[in-house]
Design a protein around this ligand. Structure first.
Ligand SMILES: [Zn+2]
Ligand SMILES: [Zn+2]
Length: 317
């Protein structure tokens, strides 16, 4: 099994060498009517599903009992401007950029990558822009101050900066980034295990609708902002659903604090179905029973209005 882990990444690097997008024609999938929309590119927690050291999950995926789930990422497509953006650079980024390319194929592989924080599922995909793989030129990477410094001062990421594979665009909490007249992005700080960088969520404001993306956060109670009030202000809220409930993993869960799904739903218990349906759970740990579409607890929550992100889902803005 260890050998397989080695062979797959190496072959990915080799296959990607010399990749060129120069001859691409602009294509627009006819079935999508939204001018600006989000496409879900992955829903799993940083470790993905199947997860390392879980032979039964690998077997279940191989025998089609379960679906492989890519690490959490959102694609943002602006058809009017012919641009596409990525929220977080996951270890699955090559496949996710391909999914975005299927949505809108232009002369650039990506027009901007917005990073939330320096945990493995959220930025390590940047490695594919480097010399060993794509060898890209000045891919815009939007990063908060500590995240920027982390990338600039630690290998191998610093090489991406030195070789201009990526071009870091500094961003700040609560400061709006205007991508076009109809598309604005605002990062905001959230409490999380900030070993290497701060952590942000993003507010994504389209021509008609607004989305919230908070893939990682500590318990809601340690955030000075009310998640219920924030959800009410937007149309879609993609929020941290790492674990369903206490006792889900065989180690102290206080080491990895996240709002449990059952804690989040308790906060929304007095709200109506329309508010609950704005909540779209994402960032599922491989242990989370909500990864099974037919799980009874998940189905019960869906009946109340809550939604569970799935790869390929489209949300018009
Ligand atoms: Zn994460
Ligand atoms: Zn994290």
């Amino acid at each position: 099994m260890n050998l397989r882990f080695l062979i797959i990444p190496i072959s990915l690097f080799i296959l990607s060498c010399g990749d060129s997008h120069e001859d691409k024609q602009k294509t627009i999938p006819s079935q999508i009517e939204h001018e600006v929309y989000i496409k879900v590119l992955g829903i799993a927690q940083d470790g993905g599903m199947p997860h390392i050291n879980n032979p039964s999950e690998f077997k279940d995926v191989a025998t089609n009992v379960r679906t492989k789930e890519l690490v959490v990422s959102l694609g943002l497509i602006d058809r009017e401007q012919q641009k596409k953006y990525l929220f977080d650079a996951t270890p699955d980024m090559p496949q996710q950029l391909h999914m975005l390319d299927e949505a809108i194929s232009t002369n650039t592989i990506i027009d901007g990558v917005f990073l939330t924080h320096a945990h493995m599922g959220h930025y390590t995909g940047l490695m594919h822009f480097g010399r060993e793989a794509m060898g890209s030129k000045t891919i815009p990477v939007y990063a908060m101050p500590k995240m920027k410094k982390f990338l600039e001062t630690n290998g191998p990421w610093s090489q991406l900066v030195d070789l201009n594979n990526i071009m870091i665009h500094p961003i700040q909490g609560d400061r709006v980034i205007t991508l076009s007249r109809k598309l604005k992005i605002t990062p905001f700080l959230v409490p999380h295990r900030d070993e290497f960088s701060e952590t942000v969520g993003y507010r994504i404001e389209g021509p008609e609708k607004t989305a919230l993306f908070i893939p990682d956060i500590n318990k809601w109670s340690v955030w000075e902002t009310s998640i219920v009030e924030e959800v009410k202000k937007v149309d879609y809220a993609f929020i941290d659903a790492t674990f369903f409930s206490e006792g889900e993993i065989p180690r102290p869960m206080s080491e990895v604090p996240h709002p449990f799904i059952d804690e989040t739903t308790a906060l929304f218990s007095e709200e109506n179905k329309a508010i609950k349906s704005k909540v779209i759970f994402i960032h599922f740990n491989h242990s989370n029973p909500a990864l099974y579409p037919k799980n009874s607890k998940r189905v019960a929550l869906e009946e109340e209005g809550y939604r569970f992100a799935h790869q390929g889902a489209i949300f018009g803005l």
